[in-house]
Design a protein around this ligand. Sequence first.
Ligand SMILES: Cc1ncc(COP(=O)(O)O)c(C=O)c1O
Length: 460
Amino acid sequence: MTKNIPHRLYLTEDQMPKQWYNLRADMKQQHDPMINPATGKPATEKDLYPVFCEELAKQELDNTTRYFDIPQEVQDIYKIYRPSPLCRAYNLEKALDTPAKIYYKFEGNNTSGSHKLNSAVAQAYYAKQQGLKGVTTETGAGQWGTALSEACSYFGLDLEVYMVKVSFTQKPFRKSIMETFGGNVFASPSDRTEAGRKILAEDPDNSGSLGCAISEAVERAVSSDGYRYVLGSVLNQVLLHQSIIGLEAEQAMAMLDEYPDIVIGCAGGGSNLGGLIAPFMRDKITGKKDPRIVAVEPASCPSFTRGVYKYDFCDTGKITPMAKMYTLGCTFKPSANHAGGLRYHGMSPILSKLYHDKYMEAVAVEQTKVFEAAVQFAKLETILPAPESAHAIRCAIDEAIKCRESGEEKTILFGLTGTGYFDMTAYAAYNEGKMSDHIPTDEELKPAIDEIPTIPGIQE
Ligand SMILES: Cc1ncc(COP(=O)(O)O)c(C=O)c1O
């Protein structure tokens, strides 16, 4: 009997998860601890207090608490824009003539246009609880900065956003949205910080990177009274908050009596992917199920597929704690690829460990192929995807085509992290045939990898 599966399935408000899930509690082995570069020793919760809010520092280092209650105030905001729908891409399946069933979890239904609001709300809430005046952050594509501006405006917090210069120039309206919510936005590298001034002195035309913007935001936070730094990806706490995506997806699929054979997500710093896969990875680790889990990254910034698994700084200015992760080196400058949110040198330590231990796979895709998939998807499913999200679409289409060739009726789930209405420069370049692909050579990758620091007794 054919099941009557709707195009879009929404949980009710009552069905929404009331707790975040901490995948670390089920991992057989933890990732190596963050290192405080000042002591060369694992960072303690207290070491993190000057940088992060106290509750978030606690979440960052907690490898054992399986579930964290979502504070009621955070749930109340989630209810304004969640649950997000689990969608069935019927039109895409038909166009691809595939026996595969393609589902996607759409996170673009809020002003930030992405999943980033899920962690922004949580982080702003904890900052307010601690009585802080404001927070600082970086943003690449602008979605995180927008999400945090919304969240800070809701809780009455000041916000400084350091936005990667290339995106600042490509997407002027992103700045306007952040300002609409009261955020103060600066192109990074800026002359407001030591880190920014140093980079500009060496290279006045530097177009910025997430690593550089992080240095600036951290420097401002630690040198301003009543401020802390918040980050939209990479950190364990961010993956924890983003688990809401996976928990909702798991529940909605169970209501349809479905379970994914393949779970696919784009990977910048790993937050949407870590959130989407959380319950499915739990099932894989505990042996309950065995889905394939695939990270998709740009060929121009291939941290998983061509990076090294080492301790590195999370920022270019080398002021953050060091994390063991797949990295291209904190001084790596990716080419001006249009998926701004995927231009980060490192990767979540949790995902890095899972990848290293072979629980997940990774593929790197070229941006013209990504936009080909984005346009096909937009025409069929009426959502204009963000370039970052389109990386997952590319991979989902490729997997569905493989099913067509093999005749296998697999169930594919991918994360559609956001919409691309601020990425029209990129779409225009693609439509006009002016988009090119840059795949760095080994020689181009080598200098930043060679510069990854040593830590006496830990990493020679
Ligand atoms: C729409 C969208 N998807 C994905 C990403 C990648 O980030 P992450 O790997 O943390 O999910 C970003 C980052 O800015 C984004 O804006």
